[in-house]
Design a binder for this molecule. Sequence first.
Ligand code: NGQ
Ligand code: ZN
Length: 461
Amino acid sequence: MNINKQRQIFFAKQAWLATGWQENVLFHVENGMITELAINQMATADSLVLSGPVLPSMPNLHSHAFQRVMAGMAEVSLNPNDSFWSWRDLMYKVVQKLTPEDVRIIATQLYIDLLKAGYTQIAEFHYLHHQVGGKPYQDTAEMSHQMIQAANDAGIGITLLPVLYSHSGFGGQAANNGQARFIHSTEDYLQLFASCEQALQDQPLHKLGVCFHSLRAVTKVQIETVLDAIKSACPIHIHIAEQQKEVRDCLAWSSQRPVQWLHNEIGFDARWCLVHATHLDSQEIQTIAQQKAVAGLCPTTEANLGDGIFPATEFEQANGRWGIGSDSHVSLSLVEELRTLEYSQRLRDQQRNRLHRPSQARIGDNLYQQALLGGNQACQVSIGLQEHHRADFIVLDENAPFVAASQAKDLLNRWLFACNDNLIKDVYVAGNAVIKDFHHAEEEQHKADFIKVVKKVMYDS
Ligand code: NGQ
Ligand code: ZN
């Protein structure tokens, strides 16, 4: 995707900077980056005046785009013990039906909807690589190209995470039939990674990361071999400790809990994003925080799949880094992700106002700030209204009653806790307006294509 190289100047009456809400903010954008920013300025003749309060957009650190096609379709009780694992069986059935074109169409619609929701970078944890039955496509990176195309058509930045997936359980158990489209040897994975690297060259919005599906899906030797082979300082993502069963199986196999195993046997640091990390003991909470790894939280999917409650209150007290992802895309609302995270803690603790920091007593402001910082780290981007950051930002609807009526200090709490309509009116990626007045320029065509794919895949019609 091309970045507008022209210099642009924006003016915001109210903008949420790293220092909190400020007034009369003038900022310059060049090559998609903020080059100068000052508060208490006047709009200049050549500046574009943004209509409402302006905030940085949000990075989304975890996505399986194809799963959007089945969102809301697994909410039928088929068995009194329905669980994460029975949901996964249904998901594997959907996987058998998808062509590369279907996947691109689903992802394009999804990415447009995510832009409208205020996300401008998506970490795509991409493991659907092969044909049905497991044969690679003629171009082994075929599916990865579809994801990049979808991101470009929508106008979102992608942090592409090609996934290494080889086994069905701890200790290198053979993959099952439902997983055939996901499977690589270490060598083949390294080739795929090199193809993706090439495909992303000269695409400044896009990033590439290493990804292991889970400790169930790869062996220790595989992790070591991949990390040894890939020299670039890219992010590293892995699903970890999402389900109790996974923790029990890991203990039975290694006598260690998943995060403990990763720390002791491989080691992790700020390059790592530990997705879910739901089931942690106190030592593991401290370790993740001390190592400055990001906990990749997906509150609505974790609730939907019955994963458990992430110990966010304790993690926050340990200064842990975290961000949010929409994962299975059962919800595309960043408001719902942040609200669900805070409310999960209140419901467990039977207390109010859980996720705050000594420097930030306002829950909404703290949630937004932490999710932005952790998301930036995990997606390897720098979104934020400050110099040398990418000019990705959102404009709230100045006519929404709580936006019009509230003092700036209360805006985030009003928005995140008390509004259900989408308040995001305009969305800018690297200085370009991709959502204008709630709309995307190509949305009608993509919507029509998406409707056809949903009918075909989910209803055979
Ligand atoms: C996935 N999703 O890979 O799509 C997983 C489920 C698994 C989430 N963990 C499958 N939410 O972990 O084996
Ligand atoms: Zn996932």
